[in-house]
Design a protein around this ligand. Structure first.
Ligand code: DNO
Length: 345
């Protein structure tokens, strides 16, 4: 059976754990240690502190999002062996505190990308949006998005962009496989599943290669690293931005390998532009119902979380991560899972 979870940004999150606990059917939080530089080992004390807070609130801490992957690993630099050993050590430390699943991504330089973090809908709800025309106007050498976990100074950014010149899709993929092979022993020891987050949006941006974009990438990854601990975060908002992806079909095919599902809605306003909407199937182009059904009918037993919500009812939450709309999303998703499960019984 699936477990419903909720993303919580640690002690600096404006949403108290108690409020999260009050959402119906909530089993636990998805969180991370945010104050250890990328590439260094997460110390047990810091993990223990988070775990203690979750325990006190009656919430599980079985999913970590994310343990970020250092750029040197993605670039395949000589320092990667030390960094991969550190990552494996972090996995072992997390295993000591009951963590079962780690979400990560392998996007070069940038994490998810939207052109507008404060898109106002006709009904006053505020959400994230993507407009191709605005994207084309951006200066990649001078970018900062407040929604990311990590941001760079312009100097760091430009240095990195330079290093990626000439890194092909194939090379990046090989570096991903090298990384996975390096950490699989730690996963075997601890039982932790790695769940790669797709690239968002699922195509190359700013001339950087992106390699986790749809069904083909899933197939390629499983073939390259068959270990069961190598799995996926099925993010419908990311994969769904690529209109070439058939999400219910992917959900059905990879249900057992999907360890974590980020379920959210996108509403396209034309071929390329979209905004994020409430979770309901009727509110956009992602057939949330069909996806839940496909997962449930094909043996999915991972973690689910509502993803980016709108800011509604006057809430001024972190873009995409307010309380109210995500809570509505969680309740809707729990209802869908229950209905589909009971229909099948
Ligand atoms: C955005 C999130 C991503 C995600 C990472 C996973 O809201 O879905 O930032 O956490 O890409 O590594």
């Amino acid at each position: 059976m699936m477990k419903m979870t909720f993303r919580w940004y640690g002690e600096s999150d404006s949403i108290p754990l108690q409020y999260i606990k009050q959402i119906p059917n909530m089993s636990g939080v998805v969180t991370a240690v945010y104050d250890v530089p990328v590439g260094e080992v997460w110390p047990c004390e810091k993990i223990a502190r988070l775990k203690e807070l979750c325990d006190k609130a009656g919430l599980e801490m079985e999913v970590i999002e994310s343990v970020p992957v250092h750029e040197d690993i993605k670039l395949g630099k000589p320092s990667r062996d030390r960094l991969i050993a550190n990552y494996a050590e972090t996995i072992r430390n997390l295993g000591k505190f009951g963590v079962k699943c780690i979400c990560y991504n392998f996007m070069p330089v940038f994490d998810w990308f939207r052109t507008d973090l404060h898109y106002v809908q006709a009904n006053g709800a505020v959400c994230l949006a993507y407009k191709e025309e605005d994207f084309q106007k951006l200066d990649k050498h001078n970018l900062r998005l407040p929604g990311w976990d990590e941001s760079y100074t312009p100097e760091e950014l430009n240095g990195l962009l330079k290093e990626y010149e000439g890194v092909s899709h194939e090379q990046l993929f090989e570096n991903l496989v090298y990384f996975l092979n390096g950490i699989m022993p730690a996963c075997d020891e601890t039982g932790i599943n790695m769940a790669i987050h797709p690239d968002d949006p699922p195509w190359d941006i700013f001339g950087l290669p992106r390699i986790v974009t749809g069904a083909e990438s899933y197939e390629k990854m499983i073939n390259a690293v068959p270990n069961v601990h190598n799995g996926f975060t099925f993010c419908t908002g990311s994969l769904g931005a690529g209109r070439f992806n058939d999400l219910p079909k992917m959900a059905a095919k990879y249900a057992k390998r999907i360890y974590f599902a980020h379920l959210r809605q996108l509403k396209f306003v034309n071929e390329t532009d979209f905004y994020e909407n409430g979770h309901q199937t009727a509110d956009g182009n992602v057939d949330i119902y069909a996806i839940v059904k496909a997962l449930e009918e094909n043996g999915f037993s991972g973690y689910v979380r509502p993803d980016h919500g709108r800011n509604i009812w006057g809430e001024e939450g972190k873009p995409g991560y307010g309380l109210y709309d995500r809570a509505l999303g969680a309740a809707y998703l729990s209802g869908l899972f229950e209905a589909v499960r009971k229909d099948r019984a």
